[in-house]
Design a protein around this ligand. Structure first.
Ligand code: 13P
Length: 335
């Protein structure tokens, strides 16, 4: 275990949500990146995954808009073409390297459509190693499905407990935890139902964070925006999404949390940016507001790259277009 410096943890958390900067989620697991590559008919080899991440991370001016990058276990050990380890390369540009530490989702109970996150076993040793490799923050994702009778109280409780225990282990190892409870957009539920579930989840999560004596100033919350289900997504305007999201967050998230970095959850690039814009405009908020998008930062860049090193520049331009646009709406809102 490292000697933990609390003010370093606070400073890292603050830097992750610094004004006008967001976090690039590039931590797709091997299974998820294979799905993304299949959409562009690219084979998911280690070299293609490396080349794609190099295309993203080498984008000029990325550090103007991106405070940190979430890496995957394979990526944190990979190198840029010139041999620089990816986390060291990012850090040299002033971008904080982070690491996804959960091991993904499994069926919650036989016959249940709910899922639970795995990954606590051996986590302490992995955190020690990831810190040596350069990671200064981590991410753990909990997932909640909305449906008849779902999510169950037990599933909410177990995910919340896992997030509390994960956050405890991160802080004890000098790593800032991103706490990510994602209420899935999938379905035809209305926005009020999404708000109700998100509220219940966040209440449970903060109760467990308190129970695990988590220093809230040393963490970042990564929640979903409150929206209607994906099948009826257009039934609320961005202004209505923003109002519902901010109302729930204000009720559930203590002001000590330095920042809230939204996931995009399957929204298009434009939808996610528009909603972020409206959320930022409702400020000032008690916390910094920013983005930690995966798909909503990468979709155009992935298509532009299309598996070819010769498309690297176009991919970089596409990423910068999204990152700078999200940054711009935050700055414009005077956040
Ligand atoms: P999306 O923005 O694509 O939802 O990804 C963010 C993320 O990190 C999911 O865990």
């Amino acid at each position: 275990m490292v000697a933990v410096n609390t003010s370093d943890l606070h400073a890292t958390a603050e830097a992750m949500v610094a004004d006008g900067k967001g976090i690039l989620a590039a931590d797709e697991s091997s299974g998820t990146i294979a799905k993304r590559f299949a959409e562009i008919s690219v084979e998911s080899t280690a070299e293609n995954r490396r080349g794609y991440r190099e295309a993203l991370f080498g984008a000029p001016d990325l550090e103007k808009y991106i405070s940190g990058v979430i890496l995957y276990d394979e990526t944190i050990r990979q190198q840029m073409s010139d041999g620089a380890p990816m986390p060291r390369y990012l850090a040299s540009r002033g971008i904080i390297p982070g690491i996804k530490v959960d091991k993904g989702l499994v069926t919650f109970r036989p016959g249940s459509s709910e899922q639970i996150t795995e990954g606590l076993d051996g986590l302490n040793d992995r955190l020690v190693e990831y810190r040596e490799l350069g990671a200064r923050f981590a991410k753990w994702r909990a997932l909640f499905h909305i449906g008849p009778g779902l999510p169950t109280e037990l599933c909410i409780h177990d995910h919340a407990w896992l997030l509390g225990r994960y956050a405890r282990m991160c802080l004890d190892n000098g790593i800032v935890p991103i706490v990510e409870p994602e209420v899935l957009m999938d379905g035809d539920h209305d926005m009020a139902r999404d708000a109700e579930v998100t509220r219940a989840v966040l209440h449970a999560v903060f109760a467990e964070l308190r129970a695990h004596e988590i220093d809230l100033r040393g963490m970042v919350l990564k929640p979903n925006m409150v929206t209607p289900g994906s099948k009826v997504f257009d039934t609320a305007t961005p202004a209505e999404v923003a109002r519902a999201t901010v109302d729930v967050l204000r009720e559930c998230v203590p002001a000590e949390v330095p920042g809230i970095a939204f996931l995009s959850g399957g929204q298009t690039e434009e939808q996610a940016t528009k909603n972020l814009d409206e959320i930022a405009k409702l400020g000032p908020h008690p916390w910094h507001i920013t983005f930690s998008f995966g798909r909503a930062l990468q979709s155009s860049a992935l298509r532009a790259w299309a598996g070819k090193a010769s498309n690297q520049e176009q991919a970089r331009q596409a990423l910068i277009e999204r990152a700078s646009e999200n940054s711009r709406v935050l700055v414009a809102a005077g956040r």
